[in-house]
Write a protein that binds this ligand. Structure first.
Ligand SMILES: Nc1ncnc2c1ncn2[C@@H]1O[C@H](COP(=O)(O)OP(=O)(O)O)[C@@H](O)[C@H]1O
Ligand SMILES: [Mg+2]
Length: 227
């Protein structure tokens, strides 16, 4: 469970200060499925980075299961990130010189797993996103939708507590968008994880139990009665 208290993030450029997050209070219970929407520049990606421990807030607390990520020493923050948090980005962020299988395995390396188990678990994750036959392919040899499925397998292979997805269909054309949404919806239903997704996709938003809107660094959350 996440408990965010009075979280701010300010970026200073020249003599301008951007209040990317301007006092966020938010509770995300275990197993929650939260969709975040809002205009460009509103602070959505910044919030996801804070939830994922990729960056630290200017002030406030980001408590995950009793631990304030904002105050953790770097080495422990890295460990929380590699053990507990899966991230899916708009731009896939695969390593171009590694095969699909090797890309997924990179998520298991920090966990100190034996190579054989790593191989098996990565192969299994690729199978679960429908890419069992593409394990030896490089990212450049796959469609955008397939690359994003590899990224989803990489995020989920370590069985994280939390999956964070930042506009995962933003770089895809319509048919591939459906492909990724199908995979994410299935993961949403099958795995009991806490799932926070920034998306403009109305299909997924309609199915989310809770919908948040971030505008000018402030958040409002409403229960989605249609879900
Ligand atoms: N690394 C950065 N340095 C300076 N300003 C940033 C940085 N990251 C984001 N911002 C600014 O913070 C605000 C929120 O950005 P962002 O979280 O990316 O919004 P969104 O994802 O909702 O489009 C924007 O005004 C953006 O320009
Ligand atoms: Mg963004």
């Amino acid at each position: 469970m996440y408990e965010l208290r009075a979280v701010t993030k300010h970026y200073t450029r020249a003599k301008d200060t951007v209040h990317a997050l301007d006092g966020i209070d938010l509770t995300i219970p275990d197993g929650d499925r939260l969709v975040i929407q809002g205009p460009t520049g509103g602070g959505k990606s910044t919030l996801l980075q804070m939830l994922g421990g990729l960056d630290r807030p200017t002030s406030g607390e980001i408590v995950l299961d009793g631990t304030d990520l904002a105050a953790l020493p770097e080495a422990r923050l890295t460990r929380v990130r590699s053990e507990s948090i899966g991230f899916v980005f708009q731009a896939f962020n695969l390593i171009p010189t590694l095969t699909a299988q090797e890309n997924v395995e990179t998520a298991l390396v920090p966990l100190g797993m034996k190579p054989k188990q790593r191989r098996e678990q990565a192969a299994e994750a690729l199978k679960s996103v429908g890419l069992g036959e593409r394990r030896a392919h490089l990212p450049g040899e796959m469609s955008g939708g397939q690359q994003q499925r590899v990224a989803i397998a990489r995020a989920l292979v370590k069985q994280p507590k939390v999956l964070l997805a930042d506009e995962p269909t933003g770089n895809l054309d319509e048919s591939m968008r459906d492909e990724i949404m199908d995979v994410l919806e299935r993961m949403w239903e099958e795995l009991g994880l806490t799932f926070v997704m920034v998306t403009h996709d109305s299909v997924i938003a309609r199915k989310a139990p809770r919908l948040a809107t971030i505008r000018e660094g402030r958040i409002s959350v409403k229960e989605n009665t249609r879900a």
